[in-house]
Design a protein around this ligand. Structure first.
Ligand code: GLN
Length: 281
């Protein structure tokens, strides 16, 4: 029996619906990848037949998706802040809620003047690249402890022609000893070790997701050391779990940050907390 593009999508979406929150979108992205088409191209070719090697390749992708691989690892790409990023299993798949981290940083970064930004735990480079694309006068430094992750980020900066970023290998502030910035931002690992959500995320690097038993370990280490790396008036902007805002706000206040505020992501969950540092005169 001959199966068309439209039918193939329907069958695949049905088989994915228990495993995925976006079965139709997943099926479209994976079939588009297999056929070398865009998603709108699939609609235009709805009556074309999918057969032979292409059908087999698509089935193999669906099986890997059913086994828990994120679509972005199967297609090798993910869009963030309208930038097409390469992603591999060495990096966390950039999440849409992380765009809030970028938005808040852009609110405090001047458009026409020089500024300096540090992105800790950059992974695919998503946040650093989004900032660099929006603020050509900003000097962006990005740190990651994983050499393979940093390779992915550097590849992305080349592909996007955003080559001004200073990439550094190491743990949190270790590669920027003695340096200060106007803005420090991070989407660090913040899922607690016993959180059942972690099982669903097992295709992604544990290092990028889980810092330890409480989930607050990395946020706490960054908050404790950040003021020493900020200029007077500088900002620390941290992404965190939706139930961690009070704990993160407390941490920032304990470490002398002022004007501490948490902001809601697009689904209404407290997702990013920001504080300012002012040294006493
Ligand atoms: N937001 C991610 C998730 O829960 C976690 C990312 C992180 O730990 N930084 O899927």
């Amino acid at each position: 029996m001959m199966t068309t593009v439209a039918e193939t999508l329907q069958i695949a979406a049905r088989s994915l619906h228990i495993h995925s929150e976006s079965p139709r979108l997943d099926a479209e992205l994976l079939l588009a990848k297999t056929l070398g088409l865009s998603r709108s191209g699939l609609i235009a070719r709805g009556n074309d037949v999918v057969a032979g090697e292409r059908e087999q390749a698509f089935c193999a992708l669906i099986e890997r998706r059913l086994a828990g691989a994120p679509v972005a690892y199967l297609t090798g790409t993910r869009e963030f802040w309208s930038l097409a990023l390469d992603v591999t299993p060495d990096v966390l798949v950039p999440r849409p809620e992380t765009e809030l981290l970028v938005e808040l940083a852009l609110q405090v970064l001047p458009r026409e003047q020089a500024s300096s930004v540090l992105d800790l735990g950059t992974g695919s480079g998503a946040v650093a690249l989004a900032i660099a694309s929006e603020r050509p006068h900003a000097a962006v430094t990005a740190v990651d402890v994983s050499a393979p992750a940093l390779d992915v980020a550097i590849g992305n900066s080349r592909n996007l022609g955003l080559s001004r970023i200073d990439w550094r290998l190491g743990s949190w502030f270790a590669p920027v000893a003695g340096e200060r910035f106007d803005v420090i931002l991070a989407n660090p690992p913040y899922v607690a070790a016993a959180d059942p959500a972690l099982q669903k995320l097992n295709a992604e690097p544990a290092l990028a997701l889980c810092p330890g038993p409480t989930g607050l370990e990395a946020l706490s280490a960054i908050s404790a050391a950040a003021a020493a790396h900020l200029h007077d008036g500088g900002r620390l902007i941290l992404e965190h779990g939706s139930d961690q805002a009070p704990a993160v706000a407390q941490m920032l206040e304990r470490h002398g940050f002022t004007a501490v505020r948490s902001h809601l992501d697009f689904s209404g969950k407290p997702r990013v907390t920001l504080g300012s540092v002012h040294s006493p005169h």
